[in-house]
Write a protein that binds this ligand. Structure first.
Ligand code: FPP
Length: 240
């Protein structure tokens, strides 16, 4: 049986953001350590990247490590840092060859100097790629991002009455990128968990009970199909 879908949904979201939840539960259900779930999560990321590119999604933002995740057991934190390093070491050439532009969003200074170097190198190498932008939110927190923006605005001496949406956008990690159209959360929770608080204001939200390692191409299609059916009003009334 082929998993090819002949017709794609008529409206493909330009920017999809994903809260990749449920790795731990996926591993537990199999009697495996949590880190095995995160590794399976990386495998899945590869599939979802391929599918996103195929469907014509132009920006994918993934929540890989939140500012709150430092509170997890030390071994798991170390494991997640190692995963980011391994992804860069092993996948960078392939990502580059596939036209993926890697970007980091979050507080990079909180990572080890070696990891900072690797992330910066990967971002630099892929900066002109245009098939798909992959924003990796790593050591990212939405409130931290907004606080940082306000601090920078104050430091830059911007007068209060010049502060508007466009200016705030400019000071966020996602400066220059359109807001997400669709936020997907796997593993059943119904919260934003400090992810893209500013940018997701008008995004459509899709939650599925499927754990992230099992969220495959077909599941992404379901999320897009749900998005396609919704009427986005941006606070306005329905069009006649
Ligand atoms: C949530 O599952 C997932 C995370 C905190 C990390 C997600 C990370 C990856 C998929 C790999 C990292 C990818 C890159 C590119 C660095 P959970 O552990 O909270 O699951 P649970 O709620 O079932 O315990």
């Amino acid at each position: 049986m082929t998993d090819e879908v002949v017709t794609l949904p008529e409206r493909i979201p330009h920017h999809v953001a994903i809260i990749m939840d449920g790795n731990g539960r996926w591993a537990k259900a199999r009697g495996l350590p949590r880190i095995a779930g995160h590794r399976a999560g990386v495998e899945n990321l590869r599939r979802i990247l391929r599918a996103s590119s195929e469907f014509g999604i132009k920006i994918l933002t993934i929540y890989a490590f939140s500012t709150e995740n430092w509170g997890r057991p030390e071994a798991e934190v170390r494991g997640l840092m190692n995963i980011l390093e391994t992804v860069i070491d092993r996948e960078l050439d392939q990502l580059h060859a596939n036209g993926v532009q890697l970007r980091h969003i979050g507080e990079i200074e909180g990572l080890s100097p070696m990891l900072q170097r690797k992330v910066r190198k990967a971002v630099d190498l892929t900066r002109n790629n245009a098939q798909l932008i992959l924003n990796i939110a790593f050591n990212y927190g939405g409130r931290q991002e907004i606080i940082r923006a306000i601090q920078q605005i104050v430091r830059d001496g911007i007068p209060a009455d010049e502060i508007d949406d466009t200016l705030i956008d400019y000071y966020l990690y996602t400066a220059g990128q359109p807001d997400p159209d669709l936020v997907v959360r796997t593993a059943g929770e119904m919260r934003l968990s400090n992810f893209l608080l500013w940018q997701a204001s008008y995004a459509e939200y899709y939650s599925t009970p499927v754990y992230w390692p099992d969220f495959d191409r077909e599941e992404l299609l379901k999320a897009i199909a749900s998005f396609t059916q919704r009427e986005r009003r941006f606070g306005l009334v329905p069009q006649p």
